[in-house]
Write a protein that binds this ligand. Structure first.
Ligand SMILES: [Fe+2]
Length: 282
């Protein structure tokens, strides 16, 4: 059928457990819950999620296993995220279609078929809010370090074509931050210069100038250390176009990183409410 909804979502580890979220990140918790309602209304057949915390070296991976079940203890923060259970269905057929389409396009795509494969927290944290009942099949994707932004963008276009031509309703999630030059102290904002770039990027996005947002990614990533080098964003830009309307839900800092929650929907003409949030970056 179609891609019903896409988004950039935060996955800051300090919101893994809602009761431990610091005050300045409670807005993104509330925003994720709002988006969860939208997803529930859509009733998608699958969620395709790329996570900055699944960095692969050479190949782009697609998790094709029919069920995702395990406990996550995050290697980089086992005190914050420890023994967190997850149990989501997968979608083997659609995942295999993605793998085949990627190979047909000449990209180095590999499927993962392993019941012991453990999810990362960039996947688990947002899904705990977006799909709290664990009742929507999930296909998760890696970000690939040997792939530049253009190749990742092209992979996004291939993914979009498969999803558009599928008979399923799909939601696409890009899990990751903008500026990501991390420092100790969760309350720290990005530096003024880094945050100026965050604001410009968000400004392009909210004005649907996705081409300019994409074009600034190489230098934005170099100067502000955008998470995964901006690959999750490049993939998203391969999926959306000017027909998609952005809606800004929330944002927060985390240890010098900037983490907006922005959704994208196909423009509808049925008197749909326009984005009412005028000031979208502090
Ligand atoms: Fe992250």
């Amino acid at each position: 059928m179609t891609i019903e909804l896409s988004m950039i979502t935060p996955h800051v580890p300090s919101i893994c457990h809602e009761d431990q979220a610091p005050d300045f990140q409670k807005g993104i918790v509330a925003g994720l819950k709002e988006v969860a309602k939208e997803i529930a209304q859509i009733g998608p057949d699958a969620i395709v999620l790329v996570s900055c915390h699944w960095p692969s070296t050479f190949a782009h991976y697609v998790d094709c296993y029919p069920v995702h079940k395990g406990f996550l203890t995050a290697q980089e923060a086992p005190d914050l995220i420890k023994d967190v259970p997850y149990f989501y269905p997968g979608d083997e057929d659609l995942a295999n279609e993605l793998v085949q389409a990627g190979k047909d396009a000449g990209l180095p795509i590999e499927g993962v078929y392993d019941e012991h494969f453990v999810w990362d927290y960039g996947t688990v944290v947002p899904l705990r809010y977006l799909v709290p009942n664990e009742d929507i099949p999930v296909i998760n994707l890696s970000v690939t370090l040997a792939a530049n932004l253009d190749e990742t963008y092209k992979w996004g276009q291939v993914i979009a074509k498969v999803l558009r031509e599928s008979d399923k309703k799909v939601v696409f999630v890009a899990s990751g931050a903008l500026a990501h030059n991390l420092v100790r102290g969760r309350h720290h904002m990005p530096t003024l210069a880094e945050h100026a770039m965050d604001k410009q990027f968000v400004d392009f996005v909210m004005n649907k100038d996705y081409r300019s947002a994409y074009d600034m990614l190489p230098q934005f990533s170099s100067m502000a250390k955008v998470e995964s080098g901006g690959r999750h964003l490049a993939m998203l830009f391969g999926i959306i176009d000017e027909d998609w309307k952005p809606v800004y839900y929330a944002d927060a800092q985390s240890s010098g990183s900037w983490n907006p929650l922005i959704t994208f929907t196909k423009t509808k003409v049925s008197g749909e409410q326009e984005n009412s949030k005028e000031e979208y970056v502090k």
